[in-house]
Design a binder for this molecule. Structure first.
Ligand SMILES: [Zn+2]
Length: 314
């Protein structure tokens, strides 16, 4: 169904301005620009500020400044999700017209009470409001009806994947109770409208893929993008890098006198499992792909963003 490797791909780097850039973002940027450049593709920069309560202009400035310092330059004009409400509204309207969207009044707490809490599994919306036909007013959310069934796709690195969105998460929220467009809805509309053909992101977002493919189809997208989920660098014990982390923040590395080339070299080495930087970082191996063999051969061995120098990350 999906998994064709696009030549001249249109891909994107899509940070949320809810914190400063850290080494995990740099690893993602190396993949995005590295793969795009190796395949004569195009990189879009999208600021994912859909969460109005958590997004800050100061973080956007800081992210853009750090990207420029590292030499990552997008090929198209930057877009901000906060300026795209009309597109999200338009697509929600279409779903409403097809009877695929409905109003939900459930809070997270109510959802938690209604759904059995299974350790290691995400919270599934049980469909409480599906047939309640509520009128929307501020304070209520919008959900999209997902049909039961599997979505299969071929991740470029992790191989064949089969997801069951309706089992995993239940009906998707498009707009939350605070009036924010959700990550799932906004990125799916954006990837569709912006013509993104290759999504390159960390494997923590792998579970989102089946539902995004399903939603894209409901929105009228006939050919979903191809996906490449890369490994995440983590701290010992499996802890994710956080935006508040002082040890891997690009701000802090710059303040400590690091050069762009050295930071890129360190991110590159961390990504290659050398564990060189920071000394206590490790790469967690990906979960075993289901079905066919892991392809995993598409990443160029030496992604080369424009200003990267060859200084090894000691
Ligand atoms: Zn509900």
């Amino acid at each position: 169904m999906t998994g064709l490797t696009p030549s001249h791909p249109l891909t994107r780097f899509a940070p949320s301005p809810t914190g400063h850039l850290h080494l995990g973002h740099v690893v993602n940027a190396l993949y995005v620009w590295g793969i795009a450049r190796a395949r004569a593709g195009t990189v879009l920069l999208r600021i994912e500020d859909h969460d109005r309560q958590r997004s800050r202009t100061e973080f956007e400035h800081s992210i853009l400044e750090d990207l420029a310092w590292l030499g990552f330059e997008a090929d198209r004009m930057m877009v901000r999700q906060s300026g795209r409400a009309a597109f999200y509204e338009d697509h929600l309207e279409r779903l409403k017209a097809s009877g695929l969207a409905y109003v939900c009044s459930c809070s997270r707490k109510e959802m938690a009470l209604a759904s059995p809490d299974i350790p290691g599994q995400e919270m599934r919306y049980p469909g409480t409001c599906r047939e309640r036909h509520l009128e929307w007013h501020p304070g209520l959310s919008w959900r999209i009806r997902l049909q039961p069934g599997d979505v299969a796709f071929d991740d470029e690195r992790m191989g064949r994947q089969v997801h069951s969105p309706s089992e995993q998460c239940g009906d998707l929220q498009a707009m939350d109770r605070l009036g924010n467009w959700t990550y799932q809805f906004a990125v799916t509309v954006d990837d569709f409208l912006q013509g993104v053909t290759l999504v390159i992101r960390g494997e923590d977002l792998l579970p989102s893929t089946g539902r995004q493919i399903m939603l894209a189809e409901l929105l009228g997208r006939t050919e979903p993008p191809t996906f490449f989920h890369h490994a995440l660098i983590r701290k010992p014990g499996g802890e994710k890098l956080s935006k508040a982390a002082k040890d891997t923040g690009i701000r802090e590395l710059r303040a400590a006198g690091e050069s762009p080339g050295r930071v890129l070299g360190r991110a590159d080495q961390a990504e290659r499992r050398d564990g060189a930087f920071p000394a206590n970082l490790t790469i967690v191996p990906p979960p075993a792909p289901r079905g066919e063999a892991n392809r995993g051969t598409l990443l160029p061995t030496a992604p080369s963003p424009p200003t990267r120098d060859s200084s090894p990350a000691g």
